[in-house]
Design a protein around this ligand. Structure first.
Ligand SMILES: [Zn+2]
Ligand SMILES: [Zn+2]
Ligand SMILES: [Zn+2]
Ligand SMILES: [Zn+2]
Ligand SMILES: [Zn+2]
Ligand SMILES: [Zn+2]
Length: 301
C-alpha cells in the first residue's frame, strides 16, 4: 500500500485523497482541475467555472448588445460597448434628457433646452429656455406703438424717443381726468383707416371704471369733435364740427371692456390735410381740438 495523498486542488476545496498512483485518474474528473475552453478561446478553465466562462467571459462566446440587439463574440462586444449608437446617454448640457448616442449631436444642436441660441433681435447668445424671458426685456424686441400710429412696430429701446419726438398720434387727455372723466380721445395726424395719408382721424373711447356695474349702459350722450379755425378775425373763423349720438347697439358704447387696443368710435376722415392747410387751423405749430360729451342730450332708448 502506497501513502495517501490529497488532491492538488485541496486548497480550492477538493476533498479527494487516495494513493498517489490514483491521482492522475482523479484529475481527469476533478471539478477543480483546469481544462482548455470548449470554445477554443485558448484559456485553461477549472471545470467548475467553465459554465460561467462560456457564458460571461469567454472571448469566443456569442453575446447580444443590450441596446442594438446585434450579436457579437465576446471580445468584439467589449469593443462595441461605449460606441453603440443605440445606447441612451444623458445629454452633456444637463438638460435632463436621455438620448441615444446616434441622435445626441442633433439633439444638442436643435432640440436641447439648454443649447445656446442667438436672440434674433439683438444677436446675443442665450440658453434656449431663457430666451422667452429675455424677449420680454430685449431692447431690440419689436413692440407696437401704444398709440397705434403708422409706425407699426419698433424696437423696444426706441419707443421712448418715438413717443416723445416722432409719434404722429397723440392721446388727448381730458382736463377733468383726475375728477373721474373716463373718455380717451385718440388723434392720428396722418390719419388711419379710410383717412390714412389724407386726413386727420379722431376717435373717442370710454375707459373702464370702478362703478361700471352701477351705471346705465349703453352710453348714450352726444359726442362732438371741434377743430378751431385760429384766424385773426373771429367773425371769419370757420370751425369744423363733427358729432354723433351713439346708437345703443354700437359695441363701443356698451359697458367698457378692458381690451386695450380698441380705438372706440370716431371719424377716420375728420379733416382733410388739404383743408388744414387752406384755413388757419394750425398756428404757431398748435392746433386746438375740442372733444365734448354732452350729457344733456340723452337719447331715449
Ligand atoms: Zn481534485
Ligand atoms: Zn473560452
Ligand atoms: Zn449595440
Ligand atoms: Zn440636452
Ligand atoms: Zn435680444
Ligand atoms: Zn407712435
Amino acid at each position: 500500500m502506497g501513502s495517501v495523498v490529497y488532491c492538488i486542488h485541496y486548497k480550492d476545496g477538493c476533498k479527494w485523497s487516495d494513493e498517489l498512483r490514483k491521482l492522475k485518474a482523479h484529475l481527469n474528473t476533478c471539478k477543480h482541475d483546469a481544462v482548455p475552453c470548449g470554445n477554443k478561446c485558448g484559456a485553461m478553465i477549472p471545470r467548475v467555472l467553465m459554465e460561467d466562462h462560456l457564458k460571461y467571459t469567454c472571448a469566443q462566446r456569442r453575446a447580444r448588445c443590450d441596446f442594438c440587439a446585434k450579436e457579437f463574440t465576446g471580445h468584439t462586444l467589449e469593443k462595441h460597448m461605449g460606441t453603440c449608437g443605440y445606447e441612451p446617454l444623458y445629454c452633456e448640457n444637463k438638460c435632463g434628457m436621455k438620448v441615444q448616442r446616434r441622435h445626441l449631436g442633433q439633439h444638442k444642436l436643435g432640440e436641447c433646452a439648454k443649447r445656446l441660441v442667438a436672440c434674433r433681435y439683438c444677436n446675443k447668445e442665450f440658453v434656449f429656455d431663457t430666451l422667452g424671458a429675455h424677449h420680454t426685456k430685449c431692447g431690440r424686441f419689436p413692440v407696437a406703438c401704444p398709440h397705434r400710429c403708422e409706425t407699426a412696430v419698433l424696437p423696444r429701446e426706441d419707443l421712448e424717443v418715438h413717443l416723445k419726438d416722432h409719434c404722429t398720434t397723440h392721446l388727448l387727455s381730458c382736463t377733468f381726468k383726475d375728477a373721474g372723466c373716463r373718455f380717451k380721445a385718440s388723434i392720428f395726424l396722418n390719419g388711419n383707416g379710410t383717412g390714412e395719408g389724407s386726413h386727420i382721424s379722431i376717435y373717442i373711447k370710454i375707459l373702464p371704471g370702478e362703478y361700471d356695474a352701477l351705471l346705465r349702459w349703453p352710453f348714450s350722450h352726444s359726442v362732438s369733435f371741434t377743430m378751431f379755425d385760429q384766424t385773426v378775425i373771429a367773425e371769419k373763423a370757420c370751425n369744423i364740427v363733427e358729432s354723433f349720438i351713439p346708437d345703443p347697439t354700437w359695441k363701443n358704447f356698451q359697458r367698457p371692456s378692458r381690451e386695450p387696443d380698441s380705438l372706440g368710435f370716431g371719424f377716420p376722415r375728420f379733416v382733410s390735410h388739404e383743408m388744414v392747410k387752406k384755413r388757419h387751423f394750425v398756428k404757431d405749430d398748435t392746433m386746438f381740438i375740442r372733444v365734448k360729451v354732452d350729457p344733456s342730450k340723452i337719447v331715449a332708448v
